[in-house]
Ligand binder design. Structure first.
Ligand SMILES: [Zn+2]
Length: 96
């Protein structure tokens, strides 16, 4: 994981301050140069950074992309089976 904080999800600002390692705090977007948004609280350092960098909407999009790929593969498989069944039915009808 990158050591960098992602830009503020609200204003895109990069003027961020964050909790001192070992202390409880949160990432704050500068009120002077940004929007003043605060990230989730946590024990300073990696946890606060991870919580700030987490973007639930991106997680949802990633999960949906994965599901779409699964469904497309399943659809392709079922389409092939249907075509195969149709061929066999037509052959059976020809034989009478
Ligand atoms: Zn901001």
């Amino acid at each position: 994981m990158s050591d960098e904080l992602k830009p503020c999800p609200w204003c895109g600002g990069n003027y961020l301050s964050w909790a001192v390692p070992g202390e409880i705090g949160h990432v704050t977007c500068s009120l002077e140069y940004g929007c003043g948004a605060r990230g989730p609280m946590g024990l300073g350092g990696v946890i606060v950074q991870r919580r700030w960098n987490r973007r639930p909407a991106e997680d949802t999009v990633d999960a949906l992309d994965k599901r779409v790929l699964e469904l497309e593969a399943e659809n392709e498989h079922l389409r092939a089976r249907l075509e195969d069944a149709n061929k066999r039915r037509m052959q059976a009808e020809w034989r009478g």
